[in-house]
Write a protein that binds this ligand. Structure first.
Ligand SMILES: Nc1nc2c([nH]c(=O)n2[C@H]2C[C@H](O)[C@@H](COP(=O)(O)OP(=O)(O)OP(=O)(O)O)O2)c(=O)[nH]1
Length: 140
C-alpha cells in the first residue's frame, strides 16, 4: 500500500511548543499530539500544514525546517514534522476542530502531557532539533 503523509507542526512561540489534545476518534481522544493532518492529493506537505493549522487552530502560520525522520501511524499513514511559527498578526490558537485543549509547553514541561504513543519518538526528535542545548529527559 502506498504510504500517506500526515503532517504535524512543531509550532514554537516564545520558547514553547504547542501541544493539542485530541477530542476524536474515541481511541485517540484525551491524548496529545502535534497539530496537523492529512496531506491531500497534489498538495505540498508544507501547504497542507499551513491549511490544517488555519482550519484546526484559526492561526496564520509559516513553516520552517523539516524535522528529520518519519514515524509510522496506523497504516497507510506516516507522520512527518515541520517546525512552524505564528506569523505577525496571527490570532492565538484555539481548539476549533479535532482538539479540546491546547497547551504551550516549555522544554521542561514537554513530557507533562500524555502524548499519543506513536508521537513520542517524533517529539523526542523535535526537542533535539529545537532545543539542542536542553536535555529534556523523558521520565520513565
Ligand atoms: N494531526 C496529527 N495526527 C496524528 C498525530 N499522531 C497520530 O497518530 N495522528 C493520527 C490521527 C489521525 O488518525 C490522523 C490525522 O488525521 P486528522 O484527523 O488529524 O487529519 P485531517 O483533519 O486531515 O482528517 P480528516 O478529518 O480529513 O480525515 O493521524 C499527530 O501528531 N498529529
Amino acid at each position: 500500500m502506498t504510504e500517506r503523509i500526515v503532517v504535524g507542526a512543531a509550532l514554537i512561540d516564545g520558547g514553547r511548543l504547542l501541544a493539542a489534545r485530541r477530542s476524536a476518534p474515541a481511541e485517540l481522544a484525551g491524548r496529545w499530539e502535534l497539530p496537523g493532518g492529512k496531506v491531500e492529493a497534489g498538495e505540498a506537505p508544507e501547504a497542507a500544514l499551513v491549511r490544517e493549522l488555519r482550519e484546526e487552530l484559526g492561526v496564520a502560520a509559516g513553516t520552517g525546517e523539516r524535522v528529520p525522520g518519519q514515524w509510522p501511524l496506523r497504516a497507510p499513514y506516516v507522520l512527518q514534522v515541520w517546525t512552524a511559527r505564528l506569523l505577525p498578526g496571527s490570532a492565538a490558537p484555539e481548539p476549533l476542530e479535532d482538539h479540546d485543549a491546547l497547551r504551550w509547553l516549555t522544554p521542561a514541561q514537554v513530557w507533562d502531557v500524555p502524548w499519543l504513543e506513536q508521537d513520542v519518538p517524533a517529539v523526542e526528535r523535535v526537542l533535539a532539533q529545537v532545543w539542542p542545548e536542553v536535555r529534556a529527559a523523558r521520565p520513565e
